[in-house]
Ligand binder design. Structure first.
Ligand code: CP
Ligand code: NVA
Length: 322
């Protein structure tokens, strides 16, 4: 990405530097992070390592499963000269009832930053409030901001711009990916239109806030129950699982409700001829997306997965670096 995209250096975020939701960042912060991710990615491809985090340790608490988030943060810390410690909630005292507050305070005495994957976003905010070190949201039920940072990087690499693009999100609107995509899209100047079944719309507070911000910066945030209408003229098509982690009990019921929202060949005919397909993974082929789409020529899901590493290295450098 051309360094001219961010006219200014990222300003220090207020107070302790946490990364809980994209909505907390300015457009300038996000553009600067993306610029740095592009630069670090180039350096890595050239075999040049930059040990900005030598001697630094990231603690990683996981209360839910993970492949990409765990591995990309761990490798990112290693490539930056630091180290990461994987802390499964099943293996630490948290899983036996030790409080979030005590866990945050104790770990702050050992490590330089905490990456946490948990259930409620309130819990994430409690960690951030009581930790004296930077806290990074590695997914809550409400937000998945590190994934969307990688998604923005991927979109920029494949489209070369943000302004004027229409992103169609099809599926569960009351979903961490949908919320972070709404925040990320508005911040970088893309239109985002969401199609979801009745009763599965985005969090009203986030939707209202993003609609308001979109009006101010000349973009649009819309939500409809009609996937064909939302898909019309889309440059970017995104979906996510119909049942997120923690919703396994609703799996069968959701399959029935969400079937009309499958991203398949017929629906994608409404999108622009050169549309780009993203999915944060893991995916369920034959449910939210057909194999023909996710494994087809429009899909960039493995670039997207790789970009977790590069985007997060930029974030780690910003939050944990000197
Ligand atoms: N996309 C994502 O966050 O993947 P994991 O659940 O494997 O970390
Ligand atoms: N919405 C999904 C994202 C997984 C990375 C979930 O929360 O399970």
């Amino acid at each position: 990405m051309a360094s001219t995209l961010s006219k200014q250096k990222a300003r220090p975020m207020l107070g302790k530097k946490d990364f809980l939701a994209l909505g907390d960042l300015s457009s300038t912060d996000i553009m600067a992070l993306l610029d740095e991710a592009v630069r670090l990615k180039k350096q890595t491809k050239l075999g040049i390592q930059e040990p900005h985090l030598q001697g630094k340790v990231l603690g990683m608490i996981f209360e839910k499963a993970s492949t990409r988030t765990r591995v990309s943060f761990e490798v990112g810390m290693l490539q930056l000269g630091g180290q990461a410690i994987f802390l499964s909630s099943n293996d630490i005292q948290l899983g036996r009832g030790e409080s979030t507050i005590d866990t945050a305070k104790v770990l702050s005495r050992y490590v330089d930053g905490l990456m946490i994957r948990t259930f409620s976003h309130d819990m994430m905010e409690t960690y951030a409030k009581h930790a004296s070190i930077p806290v990074i949201n590695g997914l809550t039920d409400l937000h998945h901001p590190t994934q969307v940072l990688a998604d923005l990087l991927t979109i920029y690499e494949h489209k070369g711009k943000f302004k004027g693009l229409k992103l169609a999100y099809i599926g569960d609107g009351n979903n961490n990916m949908c919320h972070s995509l709404m925040e990320g899209a508005v911040k970088v100047g893309m239109d985002i239109h969401v199609a979801c079944p009745p009763g599965y719309g985005p969090n009203p507070g986030i939707f209202q806030q993003m609609t308001h911000e979109a009006k101010e910066n000349g973009t649009t945030v819309e939500c409809s129950q009609d996937p064909f209408e939302v898909m019309a003229g889309a440059d970017i098509v995104v979906t996510d699982v119909w049942a997120s982690m923690g919703q396994e009990d609703e799996n069968e019921q959701r399959k029935k409700i969400f079937t009309p929202y499958q991203v398949n060949e017929r629906l994608c005919q409404q999108a622009k001829a050169d549309f780009t397909f993203l999915h944060c993974l893991p995916a369920h082929r034959g449910e939210e997306v057909t194999a023909g789409i996710i494994d087809g020529p429009h899909s960039v899901v493995f670039d997207e997965a790789e970009n977790r590493l590069h985007a997060q290295k930029a974030l780690l450098k910003l939050l944990l670096g000197e």
